[in-house]
Design a protein around this ligand. Structure first.
Ligand SMILES: Cc1cc2nc3c(=O)[nH]c(=O)nc-3n(C[C@H](O)[C@H](O)[C@H](O)COP(=O)(O)OP(=O)(O)OC[C@H]3O[C@@H](n4cnc5c(N)ncnc54)[C@H](O)[C@@H]3O)c2cc1C
Length: 623
């Protein structure tokens, strides 16, 4: 295993949505060669938008929404636990980013008069901007990275961050996943854009990599941050999404909703009035799925043939070309069949939910010189445009830090000495990490990485999947603690397997974080995301706070409370409850099943429909 050293001003980890804009923005103000982008896959096709994306979920466009309205909506959607300044920082720059993307050649849906054609999907406001031609988004970003002159190291995976003796970040340890060599990057600023912790729960299919999230995002960013001493937050607020049964991709109510599609139960009844993904929506979805009215379906069969053609054009071409083949393989069509839906495995992701590395409105973490953007940073419901916008915000903060804020030298980094470090904190960290990786290669007959991963993720399903209870969470935690020792028995026979070994550690770390944070918050919040059977009520008196995690001085993981910063946009009690009122009350007329015959859902007895309020176990917010 060769060890190579390189030295730059800014290193960006992860070349997906956030990493691309971070690198492009930083490069604009630094000489070529001083910004390095590390990507464990290949930037041409990496991350959540590898194939394309069919819309921006959260565009704040003048004339359609104001930043204040958006901040309010996300505060409601995230049950009040938000740093509004961070959400506002995104909202105020959202339109500027759209215009920049427009200038780079990204095609957005526009009206005949040339305006952005914004759609309403959220509970209150209109923020969805369709991109029916969004299949070339990643290509455009890659082209812009190349034109900007960003130095890119593909197939290099960050395994640990380097920190100086005074605690600030000092660089990255990278593993070349093809050669097995180590690439040590010395840098005073590190921007992490590693995406979600998407390989946490095991999908219903049982496939390790058949996840809702891009499977390369194994919680790397969450774990890297933790080991570098950064705080994380909202880890108990899981990501759980409604998906197509057996396909594990989104049914895309955001695309179909504005065209008339919606979610129904087996009776063909609409039971939620908003298909926008929130914890409350997921709780209603979960209840319906597990009730006598389940399963749950996406209903499109009432739409005109031209509308269905339009839906197929977007859904089967832009984001997931395999979807058309999936439906065709089953002999299903939107005009004649409902699309059966299910719920995803759990994950950690701020893009869709609210968990991540603790950052402020400048993308700064609690470690000097270290920034985070996108699905791994804690700005809730930030999605694609939020990732891109925060990529830029982080780059600007890093540039500022380089310009004025950088603490003086005094550490033995390559920049200070001109030579790779041989002594001191950095040399020690590099030697430790090298030894850890070499040891795995020295166990060719050790536990195979996929067996270890399967076991941890099956235990995640068994013990962490909501509804949660203290007993199950504690048992899960015991397993995840034991898995720390078992990890030392996992072997690797190639650089690729070494990557899987490192990922297995990231997944285990994420599981421990998820169990600890969930145990700590003894109330229920965010609908299904943190639904505790033993504490079913929302308790604002004790828990209107962030739950944060960090590595304590004795090396153990500790959970603690952080106050929610004063709001910059106020909400009254009714607005705070807004997302609790998405259930469509059942009527006396329960209706007949909408699809008869073999392909349709089984009919249910009419008397079985109950109003949502009578089945609800989750308390509303106290007024
Ligand atoms: C199926 C799906 C559908 C979605 N649909 C929409 C939509 O329609 N509209 C919308 O607005 N949003 C949508 N989103 C959300 C949006 O795509 C994400 O929020 C956004 O792309 C996240 O960007 P990111 O940069 O944080 O992560 P990613 O784009 O996933 O990038 C992370 C990158 O980091 C790399 N990486 C990870 N770990 C390491 C490491 N250790 N070292 C080096 N590199 C590493 C990965 O390979 C990857 O390239 C969707 C997401 C998914 C998964």
């Amino acid at each position: 295993m060769e060890v190579r050293h390189t030295e730059v001003d800014v290193v960006v980890i992860g070349g997906g949505s956030a990493g691309s804009t971070a690198a492009i923005r930083a490069q604009r103000e630094l000489p070529v060669g001083r910004v390095l982008l590390l990507e464990k896959a290949h930037v041409k096709r990496s991350g959540a938008i590898a194939i394309g994306m069919d819309g921006l979920n959260n565009a704040v466009i003048p004339g359609h929404a104001t930043p204040e309205q958006y901040v309010k909506e996300i505060t409601m959607a995230n049950d009040g636990i938000v740093n509004q300044r961070a959400v506002m920082a995104y909202a105020e720059r959202s339109f500027e980013m759209i215009r920049q993307l427009d200038g780079w050649g990204v095609k957005f849906q526009k009206t005949q008069s040339g305006d952005f054609d914004v759609k309403k999907v959220h509970h209150n406001g209109s923020y969805v901007l369709p991109m029916p031609e969004g299949y070339d988004l990643k290509k455009i970003l890659t082209r812009t990275i190349r034109r900007a002159g960003v130095r890119v190291s593909n197939r290099v995976m960050a395994t640990r961050l380097l920190t100086a003796e005074d605690g600030r970040v000092a660089g990255v340890i990278g593993l070349d996943v093809r050669s097995g060599d180590l690439e040590i990057v010395h840098a005073p600023t590190v921007i992490r854009c590693c995406g979600a912790s998407g390989r946490l729960g095991l999908p219903a299919s049982g496939y390790l990599y058949g996840t809702y999230e891009n499977p390369a995002n194994a919680g790397d960013g969450y774990s890297l941050a933790y080991h570098a001493g950064a705080e994380l937050t909202g880890i108990e607020c899981f990501q759980i999404n409604p998906l197509i049964k057996d396909y594990n991709g989104p049914a895309c109510a955001y695309v179909t909703g504005p065209l008339g599609g919606h979610t129904v139960n087996a009776r063909g009844h609409r039971f939620i009035e908003s298909d926008y993904w929130s914890g409350q929506m997921m709780l209603e979805f979960y209840r319906e799925l597990h009730s006598e009215n389940g399963p749950v379906y996406l209903k499109l069969d009432h739409l005109a043939p031209e509308t269905l053609t339009e839906i197929e054009r977007v859904l089967h071409r832009t984001e997931r070309p395999s979807r058309g083949r999936f439906h065709a393989g089953r002999g299903h069509g939107y005009a004649s069949d409902l699309v059966e839906m299910h719920i995803s495995e759990i994950g950690l992701c701020s893009g869709h939910s609210g968990s991540g590395v603790w950052v402020n409105e400048k993308g700064e973490t609690t470690v000097a010189g270290l920034y985070a953007a996108g699905d791994m940073a804690c700005v809730p419901h930030n999605y694609l445009l939020g990732a891109m916008t925060y990529g830029e915000i982080c780059a600007e903060s890093a540039l500022r830090y380089l310009r004025d804020g950088r603490p003086g030298g005094g550490t033995s980094d390559a920049r200070a000495t001109g030579e790779p470090p041989t002594t001191g904190a950095l040399a020690e960290q590099i030697a430790l990490e090298r030894a850890r990786l070499v040891a795995a290669l020295g166990r060719p007959r050790g536990i195979p990485h996929h067996q270890f991963e399967y076991k941890v993720r099956r235990l995640v399903n068994d013990y962490l999947q909501p509804p949660k209870t203290a007993n199950r969470l504690r048992l899960g935690l015991e397993h995840f603690e034991r898995a720390l020792d078992e990890l030392n028995e996992v072997g690797a026979t190639s650089p690729h397997e070494l990557m899987r070994f490192v990922e297995a550690g990231f997944i285990r770390d994420s599981a421990e974080m998820a169990a600890r944070a969930s145990l700590f918050r003894t109330e229920s919040r965010w609908g299904l995301y943190h639904y505790r059977l033993d504490y079913p009520d929302l308790d604002d008196d004790a828990w209107f706070v962030h739950v944060n995690l960090r590595k304590a001085s004795d090396g153990r993981m500790e959970a603690f409370k952080r106050a929610v910063a004063p709001y910059v946009v106020s909400l009254d009690a009714g607005e705070r409850r807004s997302y609790y009122r998405i259930r469509v009350p059942a009527t006396a007329d329960s209706g007949a099943p909408v699809v008869a015959g073999a392909k349709g859902p089984p009919p249910a007895r009419p008397t079985e429909v109950r109003p949502a309020s009578s089945t609800s176990t989750h308390q509303e917010l106290p007024s």
